[in-house]
Design a protein around this ligand. Structure first.
Ligand code: FCB
Length: 454
C-alpha cells in the first residue's frame, strides 16, 4: 500500500482507555516556531548561520520569521487550550539566554517566564526542553558540541534557566534527539552546523549525553520535585531479508541508531559490537563520564516517526549497512514509512529491555501536502495517522507499559529544518504569509476526542 487506504476501518478509541492522569499534549520547538531571531537580546544560533548557507535549506528559507510565535504566543497557547490538551511541550532557545559575559540575558528569561505563566493560566502543564538544536553560534566558534567546554556552558545555561523557572516547571527534558544533534549536525551534515565527519559526530554525541547526565541533578536541585528525562528518536529496525548477512546488518544498525543511546543511559556503556567497528572514530571518554550519563532519570521521552529496513552493504563504513526502501509500504509526503505497530514495539522494548520508570511519547506526527479548500484543511491522512498511533500506544498500555503521555508533533505547521516550510506537520495550518492559523480536520478530531472522550 503506497497511498493511504481511506476505506480501511479505524480502531475505535476512547479517552477512558488511557489512564486518568494521562498527559495529552502537543509539541513544538523554539527555532521552528518563534521567529524574532534578532529580538529580546537573542544572539545568533547555529541555525541562523546554517540557513544562510546556499543550498542548505530546501526552499532557501530560515526560522527568522517562522510562526512569529515570539509575538503570537498568547493566541497559540489559546489554540493548545482549546484543543483540550492538558500539557504542552516547548523548548527554550539557548541563544535567548546566552550572553558574551556569561550572565544570563534577563529579557530571554522574562520571555520564557511569561510563556510558562501563559501555559499555567490555561491549564497546560509546561514540559520544557532545554536543547532542541539551537546552539549559540558563538559557542560553535569555540568548537561547539565537539568541545568538552560546551558541556560546561550547557550546565551553566541549565542552571540559569532552572533557577528562574524551577518554581513553575515540573517537567524538564535535557535534550531532544541527541542522534540528530550529533549525526545530522556532524556526520551527514544535513543540519546545523553542517559538519561531515563521523569522529566529530560521535564525540558530539558523547558530550551531549554527558551534558544530559550533568544536568539531571542540577535540574532536581533547582526545581524541587521536578521530573527530568531525555527525549530520544528511536526506530524499529527490520532486516531486508532473513539472510544471516542482513540480520546481522540490522543488528549493527540498531546498535548505532538505538542502543548507542539506550545502553549508556541505562548504565551499560556504549555497545561493544558497535565500538569494535568504529576504530579511530570512537569517542574519547573520560573517567566517570559513563557513570554521569547513567544517572537515573524520572522518565524517558520517545519520539517515534518510522521504522527502518536494513541490508548488508559491504564497503560502506563504518557499519557495512544500508537503509533500503521496501516497496509497497504506506508513506507520508516526507517518504517516511507509516507503521503504528512500530510504536507499540518500541514502547514494549523500552519497558522490557531497559526498565525505564515512566515513558512519554514526546513526539509523533505526520507530514502531508495540506491544502486549504473553502476555509478548511481536510487532512484525513493525518487524522488516520493520529488515531492509529494512539491505538498503538493503547496496545502498549494494555501490555503493561507505563506510558503516561502523548505529545502530538506539532501544534503548528512550522520551519521543518533542512526542508524549510515545505513540510507541514501541524494540527493547525499556518499561512506563513499572513500568519493566520486554521485548525485542520486532524486537530478538530483531537479536540473532539479529548473533549467528548470518544
Ligand atoms: C523530529 C524533530 C522535530 C521535528 C520532527 C518532524 O526529529 O525533533 O523538531 O522536526 O522531527
Amino acid at each position: 500500500m503506497t497511498a493511504n487506504d481511506f476505506s480501511a476501518a479505524l480502531p475505535a478509541l476512547r479517552r477512558s482507555d488511557f489512564p486518568a492522569a494521562f498527559r495529552w499534549g502537543t509539541s513544538t520547538s523554539s527555532y521552528q516556531i518563534e521567529g524574532a531571531t534578532r529580538e529580546g537580546g537573542r544572539v545568533e544560533s547555529i541555525w541562523d548561520r546554517f540557513c544562510a548557507t546556499p543550498g542548505a535549506i530546501r526552499d532557501g528559507s530560515s526560522g527568522a520569521d517562522a510562526c512569529d510565535h515570539y509575538r503570537r504566543w498568547p493566541q497559540d497557547l489559546d489554540l493548545a487550550r482549546d484543543l483540550g490538551t492538558n500539557a504542552y511541550r516547548f523548548s527554550i532557545a539557548w541563544p535567548r539566554i546566552w550572553t558574551q559575559d556569561g550572565a544570563p540575558n534577563a529579557q530571554g528569561l522574562d520571555f520564557y517566564e511569561r510563556l510558562v505563566d501563559g501555559m499555567l493560566a490555561r491549564g497546560l502543564e509546561p514540559w520544557a526542553t532545554l536543547y532542541h538544536w539551537d546552539l549559540p553560534q558563538a559557542l560553535q566558534e569555540r568548537g561547539g558540541w565537539a568541545a568538552r567546554d560546551t558541556v560546561h556552558a550547557y550546565t551553566a545555561y541549565v542552571d540559569a534557566v532552572t533557577r528562574r523557572l524551577g518554581d513553575r516547571v515540573n517537567h524538564w527534558i535535557t535534550h531532544n534527539e541527541p542522534w540528530c544533534t550529533a549525526m545530522h549536525g556532524h556526520w551527514d551534515g544535513m543540519h546545523a552546523p553542517g559538519i561531515r565527519d563521523l569522529g566529530t559526530a560521535l564525540q558530539v554525541c558523547h558530550h551531549v549525553l554527558l551534558s544530559h547526565g550533568l544536568a539531571v541533578p542540577l535540574v532536581r536541585a533547582n526545581a524541587a520535585g521536578a521530573q527530568v528525562g531525555i527525549a530520544l528518536s528511536l526506530h524499529p529496525v527490520r532486516a531486508a531479508s532473513t539472510s544471516d548477512d542482513d540480520m546481522a546488518a540490522a543488528r549493527r544498525h540498531d546498535g548505532l541508531r538505538n542502543r548507542w543511546f539506550l545502553d549508556p543511559l541505562a548504565g551499560r556503556g556504549y555497545p561493544e559490537d558497535v565500538l569494535a567497528l568504529l576504530g579511530a572514530a570512537a569517542p574519547r571518554i573520560e573517567a566517570r563520564d559513563l557513570e554521569t550519563i547513567a544517572l537515573p532519570t524520572d522518565f524517558m521521552g520517545l519520539n517515534y516517526y518510522f521504522p527502518e529496513t536494513i541490508a548488508h552493504a559491504p564497503g560502506r563504513a563504518p557499519l557495512q549497512t544500508a537503509v533500503v526502501t521496501p516497496p509497497d509500504v504506506e508513506r507520508t509526503a516526507f517518504g517516511w514509512e507509516v507503521e503504528p505497530a512500530g510504536l507499540t514495539e518500541l514502547l514494549l522494548r523500552l519497558h522490557r529491555e531497559y526498565t525505564v520508570p515512566a515513558l512519554h511519547v514526546t513526539e509523533n506526527g505526520s507530514c502531508y501536502d495540506d491544502e486549504v479548500i473553502d476555509g478548511a484543511v481536510h487532512d484525513e491522512a493525518r487524522r488516520r495517522y493520529l488515531v492509529r498511533h494512539l491505538a498503538a500506544l493503547r496496545d502498549a498500555l494494555a501490555q503493561g507499559v507505563p506510558v503516561q503521555g502523548y505529545f502530538a508533533w506539532s501544534l503548528l505547521d512550522n520551519f521543518e529544518w533542512a526542508e524549510g516550510y515545505t513540510r507541514r506537520f501541524g494540527l493547525t495550518h499556518v499561512d506563513f504569509a499572513t500568519q493566520q492559523r486554521l485548525l485542520k480536520r486532524s486537530g478538530q478530531w483531537y479536540r473532539d476526542f479529548l473533549r467528548t472522550g470518544t
